[in-house]
Write a protein that binds this ligand. Structure first.
Ligand code: AKB
Length: 313
């Protein structure tokens, strides 16, 4: 490796597993984890850890110089549900952090950037099923707006300043190591915790709300694969559609019942229902599959088995 990797927002749901995976691939000493606090003890103890506020350009720059960083994964963000409660905070964090990292790449202080986008870039006027890569995008959440605008800036920095920025529109991500926080798809993680703890779950989305989802292992594989593919294969510099599976709360409950027959689900939709209703139910990711050989592995029952096995340890 010529330079090291810095992960900003490493303590979060995706950031933490990405850090472990990249440390396994490149060596603990080559992957710097950073976040606002030392709460994720596993990350702090398994390699170099720096306190970084993603909104502070100087601290990101100093860290890059100190550790000879040439690649940044910017995983810090305020997600859809929290963003609706704190719109300006979401706008400030999600946009400023992206500009800081893109500007470091523009100044040639780093060589490569990964920045996650989301299915939240789509809105109620987008075709809901098999949503294509290029389509109508009129997001109605602050989070979705920041991701859509961020995608435009990524493409702009690539075209104008030759910045090697790569991005994926993540669907809802299901994982057992670190809890998600503040998203609309979080129910699909909470439900497994509650199934084991209480044998019941009151879902904040209605029973037939289908959303695109993916197991963490698949999401991490996709991220690593996109970042390691040759530059000329990366033909999309806004963000790639990425599809795993799609299911409703009712279907995930049925999958859990196969393992825990007494499990019961009830439904009390709240403000997140409106967000979910504005998002696609399934995604067409032809471009990712063709350009860098993306292929998901996990189906719903496979996810359920793995989640329940690991959470009951
Ligand atoms: C959220 O629900 O806000 C996120 C996302 C789909 O980007 N998980």
């Amino acid at each position: 490796m010529s330079g090291k990797i810095l992960i900003i927002g490493a303590g979060g749901q995706i950031g933490s597993e990405l850090t472990y995976k990249l440390r396994a691939i490149h060596g603990d000493e080559n992957v710097i984890a950073s976040d606002l606090n030392y709460n994720n003890v596993g990350l702090v103890n398994s390699g170099t850890f720096e306190i970084i506020d993603a909104m502070d350009y100087a601290s990101i720059k100093i860290c890059c110089e100190k550790h000879n960083v040439d690649t940044i994964y910017l995983m810090a963000a305020i997600l859809s549900a929290t963003g609706e409660k704190y719109p300006m905070k979401a706008w400030d964090l999600n946009m400023q952090s992206l500009f800081h990292v893109l500007n470091l790449a523009k100044a040639k202080a780093i060589k490569k950037v990964f920045w996650p986008s989301s299915i939240a870039v789509f809105g109620p006027t987008t075709p809901r099923e098999d949503t294509p890569q290029h389509t109508v995008m009129e997001p109605t959440t602050v989070y979705g707006i920041t991701k859509q605008v961020g995608e435009r800036w990524c493409q702009y920095y690539h075209e104008k300043y030759n910045v090697d920025v790569r991005s994926i529109r993540y669907p809802g991500i299901i994982s057992w190591k670190t809890l998600p926080g503040g998203g609309t798809t979080d129910y699909a993680v909470e439900i497994y915790h509650e199934a084991l703890k209480a044998k019941k779950y009151d879902c904040f989305l209605s029973e037939n709300t289908a959303l695109p989802m993916m197991y963490m292992d698949d999401a991490i594989d996709a991220t690593v694969s996109l970042m390691s593919t040759k530059e000329e294969n990366v033909q999309i510099r806004s963000s790639y559609n990425l599809s795993g599976i799609s299911f409703t709360p009712k279907q995930i409950a049925e999958s859990i019942k196969k393992q825990i027959p007494e499990f019961e689900i009830s439904y009390t939709p709240d403000f997140r229902q409106q967000i979910a209703d504005s998002w696609p139910s399934s995604i067409d990711d032809t471009e990712a599959r063709a350009q860098w050989n993306w292929k998901h592995q996990y189906n719903l029952d496979g996810i359920t088995k793995d989640m329940l096995k690991n959470l009951s340890k």
